[in-house]
Write a protein that binds this ligand. Structure first.
Ligand code: SAH
Ligand code: SF4
Ligand code: F3S
Length: 475
């Protein structure tokens, strides 16, 4: 294998004892978690070392989420606390720089500086590669960059060193697509992340190979609308997500691939076939439906009916019978009647989800849903949320309980809760704890499940089975 000059440089630069401490606090979705790592990577050559202790930090980046009101509000209470800390530092003759990144930064821009003067810089998700330059400017006064620049940030973001990747663990995110053109009437994402763009296959492959070389065994491909991926392929053609997955499956050392989040209307035939044909693609699919009522789905601008979703689920299950499905639901969208809500419960019953995220509708300024009459009172939203929760939580528990007595493949990620235990994930994303040696971390092994708790499964290693999985992670 050829030495990689980029990585060598990154390692040399991070090794410099400049010792400024960086804390990136991330809220929201997996893409924000991925971005948090990339921000730390771009700041490493500037001499920033990560810390988890705010008291220790010279720079705090709040990587924010705008999806619901509660998520956005959290940012300003957090900034209030940071202001106090900054003032205390100043009294000691020291500095604390405060940056706001992520989707609130994109949505509110300069308004953040007006609401909280302690903020030094505001940076939108498409400008993270400009962070080092922005920080230098921020020494002279507040800076803001919420452009959608013409250059591709991914081309300018620093590669993490192999050591850094190892510290982050054996399972990694990789953004392949960003932005959304779907404009669901409740959602801020098309405004905060911009238009749909897909990264070129060659660049994704290079990043995935670098991750795999550094010990990553599982990659989750990320995109706001990931199954709508269509990037320039290695042959110059337009490649689908399925074709990208086929290519990534050939990378040495990778045992598992996942992708999220998908829109039902972009679940193409070749992707469904990939679930049938490719063991590396884990049998778990997050496929948000939001509502079971055609009227509400129409008002949400989801552009499919409940029955289309059911037929799609049938086709996916026909291709991969053991696939587990998860979904997002919103209750209390404007105009939602008891009858509409019952249709949602009925859909949940009919599908039987392995896990589910459910939210009360939150009116977001600038989205069409916020202007609709017939907003639903908070008590009704809460009551419906509780009823939906009862149904889908029972489904999740039943799914977990159905694992007891089964032998499933686990990818071990870290040491467990108790000494002598190791923890990993099942193919269905369930946390699994077993008694076993630390040497198995980074490996897949067959585990017999003996018990299930509220969130985790417990089991024992199946004697002599682990080594046969080391090569490709396939049974
Ligand atoms: N396609 C996206 C969805 C992002 S938002 C993705 O990549 O994950 C995640 C979920 O938040 C949505 O599926 C929806 O269920 C929920 N959500 C989005 N906007 C919302 C709002 N205004 N109120 C309540 N929930 C919302
Ligand atoms: Fe939001 Fe809809 Fe796009 Fe998902 S598909 S990011 S819910 S607009
Ligand atoms: Fe939140 Fe932005 Fe993700 S609004 S859910 S952080 S894309």
């Amino acid at each position: 294998m050829q030495p990689d000059p980029d990585i060598a440089r990154a390692e040399a630069e991070t090794a410099q004892p400049q010792g400024r401490k960086l804390l990136v606090k991330s809220y929201g979705c997996q893409m924000n978690a991925y971005d948090a790592a990339r921000m730390a990577d771009v700041l490493a050559p500037e001499g920033f070392v990560e810390t988890s202790d705010v008291e220790d930090a010279d720079l705090v980046v709040l990587n924010t989420c705008h999806i619901r009101e509660k998520a956005s509000d959290k940012v300003f209470s957090e900034l209030g606390k940071l202001r106090v800390l900054k003032e205390a530092r100043k009294a000691e003759g020291k500095t604390l720089q405060i940056a706001v990144a992520g989707c609130v930064a994109q949505a509110e821009g300069g308004e953040i500086l007006r609401k909280q003067r302690a903020v030094d810089l505001v940076v939108g998700p498409q400008s993270y590669h400009r962070l080092p330059e922005m920080l230098r400017q921020a020494a002279h006064g507040p800076v803001i960059d919420t452009d959608f620049p013409v250059e591709d940030k991914f081309d300018h973001l620093t590669k993490p060193s192999e050591e850094k990747i190892r510290q982050r663990g054996v399972s990694s995110f990789l953004t392949v697509q960003e932005g959304c053109d779907k404009f669901c009437s409740f959602c801020v994402v098309p405004y905060t992340r911009g238009a749909e763009t897909s990264r070129d296959v060659g660049k994704i492959v290079a990043e995935a190979e670098h991750l795999a070389r550094s010990g990553v065994r599982e990659i989750t491909l990320l995109g706001q609308n990931v199954n709508g991926y269509h990037g320039i392929g290695e042959d110059g053609g337009d490649w689908s997500l399925a074709k990208l997955i086929e290519r990534l499956a050939r990378i040495n050392g990778l045992a598992r691939l996942r992708y999220m989040t998908s829109h039902p209307n972009d679940m193409a035939d070749d992707l469904i076939r990939a679930h049938r044909d490719m063991p590396i693609l884990m049998p778990f699919l997050h496929l948000p439906v939001q509502s079971g009522s055609d009227r509400i789905l129409d008002a949400m601008n989801r552009k499919h009916k409940a029955d289309d979703y059911m037929r799609l689920v049938e086709r996916i299950r026909a291709a991969r019978p053991d696939i587990a499905l998860s979904s997002d639901f919103i209750v209390g969208f404007p105009g939602e009647t008891e009858e509409d809500f019952k249709a949602t419960l009925a859909l949940a019953h009919e599908v039987g989800f392995a896990s589910t995220f459910f939210f009360k509708y939150s009116a977001r300024a600038g989205t069409p849903g916020a202007d609709l009459d017939d907003q639903i009172p908070e008590e009704i939203k809460s009551e419906r949320l509780a009823r939906l929760s009862e149904v889908v939580e029972a489904q999740r528990h039943a799914f977990n309980a159905s694992m007891v007595g089964r032998r499933i493949e686990v990818l071990f990620e870290k040491t467990g809760r108790r000494p002598g235990q190791i923890a990993g994930k099942s193919p269905y994303l369930q946390p699994v704890q077993v008694d076993g040696p630390d040497a198995l971390i980074g490996e897949t092994a067959l585990v017999e499940i003996v018990d299930c708790g509220t969130n985790s499964l417990f089991g024992g290693l199946v004697e002599g089975a682990s080594s046969q999985f080391r090569a490709g992670g396939e049974i």
